[in-house]
Design a protein around this ligand. Structure first.
Ligand code: SAM
Length: 262
């Protein structure tokens, strides 16, 4: 017998395929945004970015592409991560050439909502890079609408890293590359994201001139081939933040904070 939950999940996976397929770079309608909130988070208001829930986005002229709706980290997830990071950083004295002026760098900006919450909570400027011109365009529009001071560039994350020398051991990098083929039936393989997470960590290390920093990363709740541990080998694990699951195992989100020694 097929349960109501199974039917709901089948609808989620079908909608997910559309958002990453034919609707990938299409601006979603109000109805589609609310439907995404309902199917992914169980409530239209669950899809909420920059403190604005899906039913209010049109009135505030917030626009989202299909891919970003699937890839984004919502308010309910990023705010607790920002709280956890603030707590960890409050407990350690920063060091470095500009210790009290740390960087927040959202390397794979997407909606920019992760950087937005870190910047708000830690009261620091945010630098962000986004490579897809369509995502950049909608995010640029949204950041302007909400009056955000995030400095967003249409560029590759390596270019942004090259512009931002290390300042403080409290510098924080958000690492959320697209999953693409890394998202498999066996779970998420972080060595197969594009680019692979170990490669991104090496790029960050190279930009740090020997100074440690903090890393925030999102995964799902089913990691394949021990790839999180393998990607972060030798990196200090700080904290895991696990939002209430809404979807079947493998489709829910987890967040992890690390201290990367260069
Ligand atoms: C998983 S999404 C990020 C989601 C984001 N954290 C949010 O909350 O909306 C990954 C984003 O990285 C962008 N991207 C992919 N490769 C990139 C690169 N080399 N440099 C910068 N951005 C890149 C993609 O276009 C996509 O928008």
């Amino acid at each position: 017998m097929t349960s109501t939950i199974d039917v709901g999940h089948a609808a989620y996976f079908a909608f997910r395929d559309r958002l990453l397929g034919d609707l990938r770079t299409t601006i979603l309608t109000d109805e589609q945004l609310c439907e995404a909130g309902r199917l992914i988070y169980g409530d239209p208001n669950g899809l909420s970015l920059y403190g604005i829930a899906a039913p209010d986005m049109a009135a505030k002229r917030i626009t989202l592409l299909g891919r970003t709706v699937i890839e984004c980290s919502i308010d309910a997830y990023t705010a607790p991560v920002a709280d956890a990071l603030a707590q960890l950083q409050a407990g350690t004295e920063p060091e470095g050439p500009d210790p009290d002026n740390p960087l927040i760098v959202d390397l794979f900006c997407g909606s920019g909502n992760f950087g937005y919450h870190l910047g708000q909570r830690l009261t620091r400027p945010v630098h962000a890079s986004e490579l897809d011109p369509a995502v950049y365009g909608t995010t640029r529009n949204n950041l302007d609408r909400i009056g955000s001071a995030i400095t967003l560039q249409l560029t590759d994350y390596r270019h942004l890293l090259g512009q931002l020398p290390a300042r403080s051991t409290h510098d924080t990098y958000v690492v959320e590359p697209p999953w693409g083929p890394a998202f498999t039936a066996d779970g998420l393989d972080l060595t197969r994201t594009s680019p692979p997470v170990p490669e991104i960590l090496d790029d960050i290390r190279r930009s740090r001139d020997g100074l440690s920093c903090h890393i925030a990363i999102k995964t799902n709740d089913q990691i394949a081939h021990d790839s999180l541990t393998r990607s972060f080998a030798g990196v200090r694990y700080l904290r895991r933040i696990t939002p209430e699951p809404c979807l079947p195992h493998g489709a829910n989100m987890d967040f992890h904070l690390y201290e990367l020694h260069a």
